[in-house]
Design a protein around this ligand. Sequence first.
Ligand code: SF4
Length: 334
Amino acid sequence: MFYSYKKYLKKMYGKAAYRVSVDGGFSCPNRNKDGSGGCTYCDELGAVAVYQRTMEADLAHNGETSGWKELILPGKTSVFAMEQRKAKIKEQVEEGLRFLKRRYNAEYFILYFQAFTGTFAPVSVLKELYDYGLSLAEFRELVISTRPDCVSPAVADLLVSYKADDLDVWVELGLQSAHDSTLQRVNRGHTRKEFERAFELLRERGIKITVHLIFGLPGENRREIMETVDYLARLKPEGIKIHNLHIPVRTALFEEYSYGELTVPSGMRHLSYTIEALERLPDTIIIHRLTCDTPEHRLGAPRTFFKKGSFLTILRSQMEQRGSFQGKRSMSSH
Ligand code: SF4
């Protein structure tokens, strides 16, 4: 029906492989030193793994957020000494491995620099952090999440230097929308042209790319969303991550939302966007995800949405009923 990330991993490794998410202490060039600014939906606690969020929820519950915030607040982390950053990476890898082995009996692991902008540092610093992370376990893949304006030729050269028979390299690149007007509206701080430049730098080196999209950004309806989808269908990144628009509290976008200035797609609306998008995407593109999972205590809108499992169940059943599948409308599907 669609080429899920799970299917891809199974095909690659013969069994499930799991991401160990780490925060390398990076900040983001789109946010100010004091943690303000950035994309209007930016959630300063957002880009972390679920098991780390449990820790965040516990800390918040106990009113002890300082340790957590010290770890990930942009601006603060950039002054962390290398040794502290490494110590945090070690802690997170150990915790991640423990959790994944216990919960899923996991055997294959992927090192994922997830939080904020994973290439936002001098190349020598990046090398030291990636080298260190990779030395902590036998990882099958290195995945770095970043922004288009933080991929230089030197960064791309460093990333490709990790590619080996037993280690694949992926970059997750945030685009969100192919419309410059939308990128400007949500203060993404980069253009589509910058995205294309970064995409080319990675592609010409054989680095695999997953593009992040958000469906339902302010000013966008079905037409704009499908234009972005068709644009990616032509570019053919190896993977795509689709997120429904979710607005965390304490963000500029939540303020707009509270004034009634925008609406957020409902679960059913997102479902219909997703089915159409899948039909338009070639069946060779790996679908890494289809929804967001902001923890409830931080989510401003939408307050009601399908749980991830139910969304997938309904999606599959609707696709089946309609005879729908990934690539159905894609000229380049094979
Ligand atoms: S690129 Fe990511 S971390 Fe940076 S401001 Fe936007 S959402 Fe926040």
